[in-house]
Ligand binder design. Sequence first.
Ligand SMILES: [Zn+2]
Length: 493
Amino acid sequence: MIGHYARRGTLTAFAVLVLTAAALPGGASPAGVGDRLYPDLGNAGYDVFNYDITFDYHGNDQPLDAVTRIDALAKDNLTSFDLDFARGTVRSVQVNGRPAQYSTEREELVITPGMPVPAGSRLRITVTHTSDPKAGDDGGWIRTPDGLAMANQADAAHRVFPCSDHPSDKARFAFHVTAPKDLTVVANGLREAEVTGGPATTWTYRTSHPMATELAQVSIGHSTVLHRTGPHGLPLRDVIGAADNDKDKLEKRLALTSGQIDWMEKQVGPYPFETYGILSVDTTTGFELETETLSLFERHVLLASEADTAPVMVHELAHQWFGDSVTPASWSDVWLNEGHATWYQWLYAAEKYGLKLEDLVRTAYRGDRKVRDAGGPPAAPLPPAANDKLGIFRPNIYVSGALALYALRTEIGPAAFKRLERAWVTRHRDGNASTRDFIALASQISGRDLTGFLDAWLYGKDTPPMPGHSDWKSDGTAPATSKPHGVSITKHA
Ligand SMILES: [Zn+2]
C-alpha cells in the first residue's frame, strides 16, 4: 500500500465555502461524497460512467502528457463541480465541448463550465494535463527499474488522473498509451489495439466491467506477456520482465493461477471478469495489490517458496470477487474486501499446504483483542493516521474480518455460508455493497436475524466468544506477526 493519508477531517475555509454553496439551488457540489475515512474523495454532484484516458510516456522520470475524458451524468444542477486531482499540471478543461474555467485547491480541480449543467443531463469533461510519476511518493505511479506501474489504493488514483476517486463511483475504462516501441504496455481489461507508427506504439486497453478508480492498472516497461488459458477458456496473461533471469521459476509459479481460479469458483461461483493475470514488478512496494484483472505483485514475493506465495496469490485472486466485482460502498466497509480475501487465503493454505484451519483461526483469535484495540472494529476502523502509508490497512480489517466470517460459518453452518457467499457475489456483481447489505443477506439466506450476532463481530469493541470454541480466549498474547506458510495474519495484501 502506498498512501499519503493527510489529515482531512478539518474543514478548510475552502471546503466550508463549497459546502455552503452546495446548499443553494444550482450551486456547486461538495468537495467529496462524505466518506467517513476520506471525506474529500469523490463528488456527489455527478455520476461517472466512463473514463477514456490517453497517456504519452517519455520515461519514468518525466511527466506523462495526458488527456482524461470523463463521461458522467449530472445529478444536481451544476454551476461548478470538482474532480479529485493532484500531481500534474492542468493545461485546459472542456465541458461538453466548450472551454471551462478551472482552479486547483489542495487535491481538488474545481471546474466552472461556461453554462450551468442541468441535473439529469450528460456531462463530458475533457482535461488535458500532465501526470507526474516523480511528484510525490504517496501513491499512484510506482517507478520500476524500466518503467511504471500503478498502485492507487486507497486514495491515490487522483494522483495519476483527474477522477471521482471514491469506490462508490465505478465506471468503465479505456486506456490509450503511447510509448517507445521497444516497451510493452498492459492495462486492465483486454487489449483492443496495438499500432506502431515511427518510433512509438500506441496500445489500447478496455474494461468490459465497471471498475473503481483505486483498481486501475497500467504497466509500461521492458516486459514479456505470458499467455495461458484458464477455466472455461478464460484468457490469462501475466506480465514479467523481458530479461528476467528467473523466467522459468516465475512461469512455474504463475502456472498455479488456473487451478486457483478453479478452486475459487468451487467456493463462490464463476470468475467475474473477462481476463486475469499477475503483473510482476521488480520493486519493493511492501504489498501486493488486487488491481482489477491484473494483480500487482512484487517479483521477490512470486519467487518465494510455493507454500508462502500461493496463498497470497489466492488472496489477490479472491479480491477479484470481493472488492473488485463487489466493491465496498464506503472505505469503512473495506473489511468486506480484506476479511474475505484473508478467509479464502487461510482456507486455501489449510487445504493445499497441510495447515490446520482451526490452528490458524485460533492463533488469530488469540490476538484479536489487541488488533481491535489498535485499529478499531473491522467495520468501523479508525481513521488513517496523518502521513501513515499503511493508512486504514491495519490487521483489524484482515484478521478480525476473517474471524467474523469463520464465526458466521460456524454459526449458520458451512452449507448456508457457501450459499451466502455465492448470493453475495451474484447479487452485487459489478456494483457496490455495504456491511449492512451483508448482514441483511446473511439473515435472509440463513432464515434468522443475524444482526445482533454480526454487529458484535463487525462493530464490537471487544472480541465476541467464538461459536463452538468456548474455551478460546483473546488475551492478545499471540504474536500478531506469526507467519505460517504465507498466511501472515498481518501482511497487507
Ligand atoms: Zn487484500
